[in-house]
Write a protein that binds this ligand. Structure first.
Ligand code: ADP
Ligand code: ZN
Length: 610
């Protein structure tokens, strides 16, 4: 009765009542010995797809995972539920590794996490041949594809597994959304006949927001203070120098921020990462070097202070928010200079013309997303070949932007670019439009141009917004070799000759959070924390969890996820039986933690009823 058994494990070990998405189908397929590819978004519940069959099937489940940090968290979390799990990696001493191997041979472990390097070490496959095996799970399976940005050559060797272990089911799992990478995975792993289980890639709990850059660090602090005080988040910057500056600046504002980039020594990086993962309030300021393998479920926001390189990267980076399914924010600011910088990167790169062409198209798609007046989620999902209705949970849905017929403004801008000789940057052209009188303008004789002073209806900031959008639309092109001079792009002729209209977005004068909608921390709590005493109880439970985590030296979320704490607030259990009904409370956690958390609830209820 494998189905009954799997459901029993879901309830007893993990403390959940129902399957999520296609978990049940995947698990039945694997229990029957089948191979498969599982494509689910981050937070979709992929881990249970292999953990439950590994527990139910005889023998050990071998999980191939690219990063040690990721393995460690998983193993800690499983052990909290008394699942027999271990990780074999380079941090172990020889006797420790030998002990794990002995337990594997005897079938005494349910799950063992290994790095691909370890798997293909001399003699290890022979050793596995002598162990009873329940399954292989290949996590982050997109690392096998050279299309993806996380390509790992060792992953290509994984195709050796199937011929060698024909009877052992193999699951490949990934959250990667782009089609070429996905299509590449099964052939690269030599699993052409495996079944594919895919669910939509939407992350409904993430709220997308993009604003025009205007004193970005102030904007960032205002955003964190308004929405995410005391919560964990990631801030992405393009360069190491900017990471350092931003982290220092946030710290000066009293926020617990730490930098992370490849220029820091290994120990510092390690320490900062540990702080981030173990704590629940740290803001990590990082380059993209930080990310793959951040399995932390309670990242409440991801902020971009610079443009990512593509929508793929943006989706992957923002996807690190809200893995636990609770409300989270993806927040980005950018301006004309970011667009220019990205275009320069592309033009200055060593890549051949084809790759640069692809890179330019990716940037165009990203800018299209940034400048859209439509639902952002629709634009994102359409890019990945999926679709949805207007979501009601992005800035454009919550606070529809004002657009206006910008044809005349565009004509003024384009013709001023033309008349100044298509070699000046936006700053100079805008000065001319505003009719400024400066040495530079006189030197070039631009005070005599017909376009001098024709743009006084807008402020400089508003003109920057117009120029940014014209560049995003491809009507203006940035010269990459010189000093960011602008020239007319294809299609500009149609605008100048009145054959094409241009609709522009009006940037809000002062970027602001959406008017409607609650703060993410409130949204996360939804109905649970409506009353102030609920929030107080939640904080008390959180504090107790923190103490327990510190005592054991484990991340707080391996004890209970926030979603479990919220369920406690909602249900206010008073007995062991009632506590057992809380989501995420299995048999072992009931025994271990019921008393601790029940005491907090009882005390709280006594205090508030007084
Ligand atoms: P993924 O690996 O796909 O990013 P995880 O396996 O880490 O996602 O699961 C994300 C979250 O969802 C975790 O907090 C996990 O405990 C929770 N979860 C998974 N399956 C279920 C379920 N059937 N019911 C309730 N919560 C679940
Ligand atoms: Zn929307």
């Amino acid at each position: 009765m494998p189905e009954v058994q799997a459901r029993e494990v879901l309830r007893r070990v993990f403390g959940f009542d129902t399957w999520r998405g296609r978990q049940q189908e995947v698990i039945e397929h694997v229990m029957a010995g089948g191979d498969c590819l599982v494509l689910m978004p981050t937070g979709g519940g992929k881990s249970l797809c292999y953990q439950i069959p590994a527990i139910c099937r005889p023998g050990v489940g071998v999980v191939i995972s690219p990063l040690i940090a990721l393995m460690t968290d998983q193993v800690l979390a499983l052990r909290q539920a008394s699942v027999r799990a271990a990780a074999l990696n380079s941090t172990l001493s020889a006797p420790e590794a030998a002990r794990i191997r002995r337990r594997m041979l005897r079938g005494e472990l349910d799950l063992v996490y290994v790095s691909p390097e370890r798997l293909f070490q001399e003699g290890f496959l022979d050793f596995l041949g002598r162990c009873p095996l329940a399954l292989f799970a290949i996590d982050e399976a997109h690392c096998v594809s050279q299309w993806g940005h996380d390509f790992r050559p060792e992953y290509l060797q994984l195709r050796r597994l199937k011929p060698r272990f024909e009877a052992v089911p193999i699951l490949a799992l990934t959250a990667t959304a782009d089609a070429p990478t996905r299509a590449d995975i099964l052939p690269c792993l030599g699993l052409d006949t495996a079944r594919v289980f895919a669910t939509g890639f939407d992350r409904p709990n993430i709220r997308y927001q993009v604003a025009a850059k205007d004193r970005p660090r102030d904007q960032l602090v205002a955003f964190i203070e308004a929405e995410h005080q005391g919560q964990a988040g990631i801030v992405y910057c393009l360069t190491r120098a900017k990471v350092d500056l931003t982290a220092r600046w946030l710290a000066e504002q009293g926020l617990p921020a730490l930098p992370y980039h490849a220029g820091l020594d290994k120990d510092t990086r390690r320490r900062h990462q540990d702080h981030f993962v173990l704590g629940d309030t740290v803001v990590m300021v990082a380059t993209v070097a930080f990310g793959l393998g951040i399995d932390k479920p309670d990242v409440r926001f991801v902020a971009h202070l610079d443009l990512p390189s593509s929508l793929e990267s943006y989706y992957q980076e923002t996807g690190r928010a809200g893995r636990d399914g609770l409300a989270a924010d993806a927040w980005m600011v950018y301006g004309l200079s970011d667009v220019i910088q990205q275009q320069r990167f592309i033009d200055a790169s060593d890549a051949d013309e084809h790759h640069r062409h692809v890179a330019r198209q990716k940037l165009e798609a990203l800018l299209g997303y940034g400048e859209t007046s439509r639902c952002r989620r629709q634009v994102l999902l359409e890019y990945f070949g999926d679709e949805c209705r207007p979501c009601g949970n992005c800035d454009t849905c919550l606070d529809p932007p004002h657009t206006f017929d910008g044809t005349v403004a565009a004509q003024k801008a384009l013709s001023c670019v033309f008349r100044t000789g298509q070699k000046f940057g936006a700053r100079h052209v805008i000065s001319v439009l505003l009719g400024r009188d400066s040495d530079r303008i006189r030197r070039w004789g631009h005070h005599r141009l017909s376009t001098h002073g024709v743009g006084r209806e807008f402020t400089a900031r508003q003109w920057y917004a117009v120029f940014r959008q014209l560049v995003a639309l491809g009507l203006l092109v940035v010269d990459s070799v010189g000093h960011g001079g602008l020239s007319l792009g294809p299609g500009s002729r149609d605008v100048l000759s009145h054959r094409r209209k241009v609709r522009l977005r009006l940037d809000p004068v002062q970027p602001r959070p959406p008017k409607s909608g609650k703060r993410a921390s409130r949204r996360a709590a939804a109905e649970a924390l409506d009353r102030p005493e609920d929030e107080a109880l939640f904080e008390a439970l959180r504090a107790r969890r923190r103490e327990l985590a510190d005592e054991q030296g484990v991340p707080a979320f391996v004890i209970f996820h926030d979603s479990s704490l919220m369920d406690m607030v909602r249900r206010r259990p008073r007995t062991q039986d009632e506590f057992a009904a809380v989501s995420g409370v299995g048999q072992v956690k009931l025994e271990r933690y019921a008393d601790d958390f029940l005491a907090v609830i009882v005390r709280h209820c006594a205090e508030t009823s007084r």
